[in-house]
Design a binder for this molecule. Structure first.
Ligand code: IMP
Ligand code: MG
Length: 173
């Protein structure tokens, strides 16, 4: 059995998400933003965030893969496995991500989106693991900074396990 331990409790997470949502609500009121979630890890965070924002918002998802099955180290190569279906030209785009680790995934996606000429392009990430950064990525709205440990729960997985956990937890690998 793999043990998981709580790093950030459900209550702490929900308080932080409410705080982020309040800021985003002011920023995006009347802008009809397009929120782009990165599959699969961001789906729980995104679901809570957009409901707490409580303003009209459009939802899209992209699938990017950087981790092999079972691996905890980024392969370094990013693949667009599920492309965008909504045009982003002239839209206020808010990318929603679970965790920024090496930054390679986000750098790839932000460059890809920028070429499509959105009206604005910002990043909201629940977690930041800056000790592992390989490439600079500006995080406009951030929940928590975490140490260099492998995080699971609240949407994040370890080999497709533990996404359902309500707290942000970690595993020892
Ligand atoms: P990056 O390209 O190295 O920044 O990796 C980003 C992606 O790797 C995230 O969207 C996550 O899906 C995954 N990832 C990075 N660190 C963790 C972790 O600690 N737990 C679970 N997934 C992670
Ligand atoms: Mg992810």
């Amino acid at each position: 059995m793999t043990e998981t331990k709580v790093l950030i409790s459900e209550q702490q997470v929900m308080e932080k998400v409410a705080e982020l949502a309040a800021t985003l609500k002011e920023e995006y009121r009347d802008k009809h933003p397009l929120a782009i979630g990165i599959l699969k890890g961001s789906f729980v965070f995104m679901a809570d965030l957009i409901r707490m924002m409580g303003i009209p918002i459009e939802i899209e998802f992209v699938g990017l893969s950087s981790y092999g099955k079972g691996a905890t180290e980024s392969a370094g190569k990013i693949k667009l496995v599920q492309p965008l279906k909504t045009p982003v030209k002239g839209r206020h785009v808010l990318v929603i991500e679970d965790i920024v680790d090496t930054g390679l995934t986000l750098r790839f996606l932000l460059d890809y989106l920028k070429r499509k000429k959105p009206a604005s392009l910002k990043l909201c990430a629940l977690l930041d693991k800056p000790s592992r950064r390989k490439i600079d990525v500006p995080i406009d709205y951030l929940g928590f900074t975490v140490p260099n440990i492998f995080i699971v729960g609240y949407g994040l997985d370890w080999d497709e396990r533990f996404r359902y956990l309500r707290d942000v937890c970690f595993v020892e690998v």
